[in-house]
Structures are given as structure tokens and as C-alpha cells.
Design a protein around this ligand. Structure first.
Ligand SMILES: Nc1ncnc2c1ncn2[C@@H]1O[C@H](COP(=O)(O)OP(=O)(O)OP(=O)(O)O)[C@@H](O)[C@H]1O
Ligand SMILES: Nc1ncnc2c1ncn2[C@@H]1O[C@H](COP(=O)(O)OP(=O)(O)OP(=O)(O)O)[C@@H](O)[C@H]1O
Ligand SMILES: [Mg+2]
Ligand SMILES: [Mg+2]
Lengths: 256, 256
């Protein structure tokens, strides 16, 4: 049965989508069958994987709100072995549309039951908030992977995110754990990055991956071509880092 | 009476808080009486202005949800002529707490009526979502200032944001207009930045400010000292850009 990873952090612009798209691709490159669920109304992961307008006709909004079977909203990507459930701007209304529905936090968890048999890994890209969409991801997930930009403001929200994960574990999803924290957009020449990295490792210890994702312009160019950076430029520093991250995630999974 | 500017963009990490804090400071440096309202549960603007724990005891959550008068939640900052209404992590629950309250989109607009007489400018820092908090800011505002990171994913959400502003103008706040779009974290050596900047100017024309905010490490260091970059390092490229932006905003306001 698949391992389900929520890629979450309420701080905006820390590299959630970039990590979801490129880690999923790197896991597929390691011969894992991977599903990426885009739960962000912005739909950046959907665009970053080059999904066409027709491919988005059925999406995570229909699954979460309309009860469409997940398999009907799943489309293939240009990456062999990897599928995606696209998102839709209407997802932004999910908090209000599900307000009177009992057990609204469990809708995603229930919708992925069948998919757990078809895939080895299911990654969920979350929006920059701790609202009902991210809550659905945390309830459906086995573990959370937290991208953390090496910037001061990004550090500020980490303890609140950790407390939220613990609350979800206590009340809604007892199996939930932290898979790890990945430092993103790291710039060796910038002292602030070193300072934040040292602080996070002191605070979170082993939870922080050894792999650090460097700031690398090829990573930010790839989405404009509708491709993960591993397909856009396999040999750049960004691709190599995401391949290392996939190996480290797999090592942690084996050691569980 | 004050001009109220919402600093909004649902894309995360594009420089909303950095622009709110530093534009507010630059306007205060131009002898304007300025109030910054932090409407983001992350509280980055509150931290970036060095507000102490006691200073946050009464905050925008109490104003929006509890009906506390705004003046009671307003505190001075280290910047002469500038005050702030801090935020609180409980704001994250505003969408659900206000669900049954009639005219919940107008709560901020009603709470700032008195403050409009005491200040020349009121800036509102918004969270990375188009939920009830940002909606309250758009209903209370006279105009929207949109920070836009010169990255591909940031470009993707712009048309959705513009459509949302038009909908708010049609149904909730007929005076709402776009004050302007400011390009942030611009790196001259990166072709992608040029490409995005050209696309935005072609799409939005005059709405895009001439002033472009460069990527500048001093800007991201300043919040760890609890200071706007204008107080942290007045002469760096980031400070100079925000001073130019304040002048351009004031020119547009005079020309209205
Ligand atoms: N390693 C990297 N090097 C260079 N640019 C990067 C890197 N990682 C991400 N970016 C760029 O930084 C921006 C923010 O990343 P991304 O959109 O993945 O963050 P996010 O956390 O998903 O944002 P949101 O909170 O809006 O969902 C994007 O424009 C992306 O292309
Ligand atoms: N001109 C700049 N040069 C360098 N770093 C910058 C610049 N502007 C912003 N930053 C940094 O980029 C990160 C994102 O900026 P900021 O937090 O202001 O964005 P935001 O849109 O408010 O994010 P959120 O969506 O989470 O509210 C911060 O760590 C900030 O310090
Ligand atoms: Mg994202
Ligand atoms: Mg912010």
C-alpha cells in the first residue's frame, strides 16, 4: 500500500510546489509508481507538469466537493510512472462549501483508499494556509514533508506548523508523523541562509534532511516549459539535489 | 481622510509583507501619518516591526472577531509617525468564526472609520489566500497594491487576482481600484526576471510601477533585527527602491 506524503507549510513561497513536482519526478525515476495530488487552488503543480486544459476538466475540486472518484480525475504526465490529480481555482471555496458536511476533514482520506493500492507514493501539494484543504491533506497523509526556505520569516512559522501537526495527530490522524524538513533556495554566499540552517538543525535535529536544495535558476525556469526540472535540465544543481532528496526519503522509509 | 491600500496577492512569498512594512516606513519618512494593519495570522509584519509580546496582546483578531475598537489595538513602532495593529495566530480561524455573522466582509471597513481621520495612509498586509481576511481588506480599501515576484508561477495567479478585485468592486466596494503592481525580487542577471517583467508590462501596461524592487540580501536580513530595511540599512539598494516606490505611489495619489 502506498505511503502518502503531505508537502505542507503555511508560509508562502517556500518551495512546496517545486518540491512536490520534483521529488515526485525523482521518485518516479527511482521506478516508484507516483501520484501527485494538487490541492492548491493556484494550480501551480498542475501547470508545472504541463497538464492541458482538457486534462484539468475533472480535478481535485470534483473529488473533494463533488465526490467524483479519484481515478476519474487522475491523468498521466510526461514523466513515466507518474500521474497527477490536477487542481482548479474553485478549490478556494472548499472551506465554505464543506462547512456543513460532517467529517469534512476526512474527505480526501476516504477518496484515496483505492489509489493506495495502485501507487507506491502519493504526494499532496498544499496551499499556503492551515485551512480545510491542508487539514484534509494532513488527515489523509502518513507523513508530512516540510519545505523550509532559509529565510528569517520562514523560520517564524515553523513552530506553529509543528504544533498543528501534533494536534492533527492527537485528534484526527494518529499515524501522522514528520517525514522530514528540507531546506530550500539555499545560497552559499548568503550568511542569513547559514544562520537559518544552523537554527533549524539545532531546533529540529535529525528531522532535517542532509540534502539541501540550492537556489538554482534552472529550477524556476522549468515550470514555464511545463516540465519538472529533472526533465528540463537533468544535470543542473537543482535536479541533482532533488535526486539526492528522493534517495534520502527512500532511505528513511526503509528504516521505518 | 486617509487613503487605504490593501497589499494583496494570493501567491505566496512574493513580497507582500516586505512591501507593506517598507513602503509604510518610506511613506512615514515622507512625513505621512501611517498605520499598518497586519491581517496575516503568520504575523510577519508584526515581527518585522519589532512589536513585543505585550504589544501584541490586543490585535487584529480582537478587532475583527471581538469588536475591540481599532485604536485599542494600535501600537507605536520604532518608526516616527507610524503605528501598527499587530496580528495573532488566532486570525487563522476567522473564516470559520465569522461564518454566521451577517456582512462579515465589512467588519474591517467598519472598524477603521475613526482611524481614517487620524492617519494619511492605512496599509493592510494580507495573507496568501483569497479568503475572508483578504476579502475584508479589499472591502475596506480604496485601492490595491499588488506585489509580484518576477517568477513564472507568480505570473500565473495574476489574472485570477485581477478578476477577484473586479468582482469585489462590482458587488461589495465600488470605489476599489488598482493603485499599481510592483515587481519584486528582481535580479538583473536572470533572464526569467526580464521575461516576466516584459510580460506583465505588456499585460498590465501603466498599472505597473516604474520602480522595480531588486533582490537585495539586506532586505531579507532586516526582519531578523525587528526593523524595516530603511532603519536597518538606509543606503542599500532595497531601501532606495522602497523610497522611490513611495514617491511614485504619492505621485499617483496626487494625480487621481
Ligand atoms: N531551488 C530553487 N531555486 C530557484 N528558484 C526556486 C527554487 N525553488 C523554488 N523556486 C522558485 O521560488 C518560487 C516559490 O516556489 P514555489 O512556488 O514552489 O513555493 P510554494 O511554497 O509552493 O508557494 P505557495 O506558498 O504560493 O504555494 C517559485 O517561483 C519557484 O520557481
Ligand atoms: N527585495 C527582496 N530582496 C531579498 N529578499 C526579499 C525581498 N523581498 C522579500 N524578500 C524575502 O523573500 C521572502 C518572501 O517575502 P515576504 O515574506 O515579504 O512575502 P509575502 O508575500 O509576504 O509571503 P506570504 O505569502 O507568506 O505572506 C522573505 O523571506 C523576505 O525576507
Ligand atoms: Mg505552491
Ligand atoms: Mg506575508
Amino acid at each position: 500500500s502506498a505511503r502518502v506524503l503531505a508537502i505542507a507549510n503555511q508560509k508562502g513561497g517556500v518551495g512546496k510546489t517545486t518540491t512536490a513536482v520534483n521529488l515526485a519526478t525523482a521518485l518516479a525515476a527511482c521506478e516508484k509508481r507516483v501520484l501527485l495530488i494538487d490541492l492548491d487552488p493556484q494550480g501551480n503543480a498542475t501547470t508545472g507538469l504541463g497538464v492541458s486544459a482538457e486534462g484539468r476538466a475533472r480535478n481535485s475540486y470534483h473529488v473533494l466537493i463533488g465526490g467524483t472518484p479519484l481515478a476519474e480525475a487522475t491523468v498521466e504526465t510526461a514523466v513515466p510512472g507518474m500521474s497527477v490529480v490536477p487542481s482548479d481555482v474553485n478549490l478556494a471555496g472548499a472551506d465554505l462549501e464543506l462547512i456543513d458536511i460532517p467529517r469534512r476533514e476526512y474527505r480526501l482520506a476516504l477518496s484515496i483508499v483505492a489509489a493506495r493500492q495502485r501507487f507506491d507514493y502519493i504526494l499532496i501539494d498544499c496551499p499556503p494556509a492551515l485551512g480545510l484543504l491542508t487539514l484534509n491533506a494532513l488527515v489523509a497523509a502518513d507523513a508530512v514533508l516540510v519545505p523550509l526556505q532559509t529565510e528569517f520569516y520562514a523560520l517564524e512559522g515553523l513552530s506553529h506548523l509543528i504544533r498543528t501537526i501534533e494536534r492533527v495527530k492527537r485528534h484526527l490522524n494518529p499515524k501522522l508523523e514528520i517525514q522530514g524538513i528540507v531546506l530550500t533556495m539555499f545560497d552559499r554566499r548568503n550568511n542569513l541562509c547559514d544562520m537559518v540552517a544552523r537554527d533549524v538543525r539545532a531546533y529540529m535535529g535529525e528531522a532535517v534532511y542532509e540534502t539541501v536544495i540550492p537556489r538554482n535558476v534552472r529550477v524556476s525556469e522549468a515550470p514555464s516549459h511545463g516540465k519538472p526540472v529533472l526533465l528540463y535540465d537533468m544535470h543542473c544543481a537543482g535536479s541533482q539535489a532533488y535526486i539526492r532528496l528522493a534517495r534520502e526519503v527512500l532511505r528513511r522509509e526503509r528504516a521505518r
